[in-house]
Design a protein around this ligand. Structure first.
Ligand code: SF4
Length: 390
């Protein structure tokens, strides 16, 4: 195949092209630099597309998405999961379409879904067309397994005809043979795979495109996204694939996303976890909130507990989180182990509780307003919060 000439991968550019004098200067500058400054509103240079009615890319808020893990043929279970994730703030939900029956189930699912649905297609381009006919607002295909250029073109024509979006979802683990032969395994190979397919799609006049360049390595994910952003304004879906369980997955995604989002790269995110899709949505907002990029829902401030705590703070936090999971208005809620440091440490919270001996104090803006028995704390806090947001 004709090799696509790509700019150097950012990591290689850094190592190979930076003169030693510059490296010394950068090291020297560290001593006078007052501290890293996180850009609060990083400028994204991506184009804006629409998934159904949802704007994505450009100046639109970073879209939170997840993927169902139910059997799509089970309409009821899939819809229940979609609604539960949407309640937590998922704005875009992907469902697997492994066969014709799953594609047939889509019509009912999409008809009742509160958010746009993306059909996830592997191997069978015909399923993408069936999903679009069923009303899918977008499809995700993997160039490595869709079956070649002709099949890709057929999917693209259908996407255009239905006014849907197409995500070119490149995975490091399933790159085309000829791409691997030319570029090996790495960020350049992922970008080359995307560029090759995008050239075909754009020739057909398809503009409603997104790209994802996923690897299980955080550094490969970062470098592929940076490299792609340096040559294209197509919106990017960020994700670290096969990221792991809750802790590993959130850690890997947080590192990759914060690095990229700080540079204005990334238009929609999925925190892939070996956990529930609801946990993915929760984690996505936690990451975006911590970067000051989205403010939906409750930000919890809770202490790690220590020998001073005389209540079961871990159980209390879990109870409060469950009670308040449907709140979408931004609010800071503190859940602290004791009154010695609790209210002070969480002074900028809107409302909070601090544990005592089998009881707890409820405080508003750092000031104590009432005491309640431990068993009543979560309920009292919930009532106050609901009044505050009503
Ligand atoms: S708030 Fe109290 S219990 Fe929690 S870590 Fe601080 S001192 Fe310990």
């Amino acid at each position: 195949m004709k090799k696509i000439v790509l700019p150097l991968c950012p990591s290689k550019r850094r190592h190979s092209q930076r003169p030693h004098s510059q490296k010394r200067m950068a090291r020297k500058a560290l001593f006078s630099y007052p501290g890293p400054e996180y850009p609060k509103t990083p400028i994204r240079n991506s184009r804006t597309i629409r998934v159904g009615t949802l704007p994505l890319g450009g100046a639109a808020p970073i879209v939170v998405q997840t993927m169902t893990n139910t059997d799509t043929r089970d309409r009821e279970a899939t819809l229940a999961q979609i609604k539960s994730c949407a309640l937590l703030g998922a704005e875009l939900i992907r469902v697997a379409v492994p066969d014709r029956k799953a594609a047939e189930a889509l019509k009912e699912i999409i008809g009742q879904s509160p958010v746009p649905i993306i059909a996830d297609i592997h191997f069978n381009s015909q399923l993408a067309i069936l999903a679009l006919e069923a009303g899918a607002q977008g499809v995700r295909i993997n160039p490595g397994n869709i079956g070649g250029e002709e099949k890709l073109k057929k999917v693209a024509e259908a996407v255009k005809a239905f006014g849907a979006t197409l995500r070119v979802g490149v995975n490091m683990g399933s790159l085309e043979k000829e791409i691997v032969e030319s570029y090996g395994h790495g960020p350049e190979a992922m970008v080359a795979s995307a560029v090759k397919d995008i050239a075909i799609l754009e020739k057909l006049g398809l503009k409603n495109l997104k790209v994802s360049l996923k690897a299980s390595s955080v550094l490969d994910t970062i470098n592929a996204a940076r490299l792609f952003a340096s040559i294209s304004d197509i919106p990017q879906h960020l994700g670290v694939t096969e990221a792991g369980g809750l802790i590993e997955g959130i850690a890997k995604s947080s590192v990759a996303f914060s690095f990229l989002l700080a540079q204005g790269i990334g238009d929609t995110i999925r925190v892939s976890l070996t956990a529930s899709p609801e946990a993915e949505v929760d984690a996505a907002y936690a990451i975006l909130r911590s970067l000051g990029l989205r403010h939906r829902g409750i930000e919890f401030i809770s202490c790690p507990t220590c020998g001073r705590s005389e209540i079961d703070l871990i159980a209390l936090l879990a109870d409060i989180k469950e009670r308040l999971k449907d709140i979408s208005k931004p609010l800071k809620v503190a859940v602290m182990g004791c009154v010695v440091n609790g209210p002070g440490e969480a002074a900028d919270a809107d409302i909070g509780v601090a544990g005592g001996r089998n009881k707890g104090a409820l405080f508003v803006k750092g000031k104590k307003v009432a005491d309640y028995p431990y068993e009543k704390l979560a309920q009292e806090l919930e009532q106050r919060v609901r009044k505050m947001v009503s």
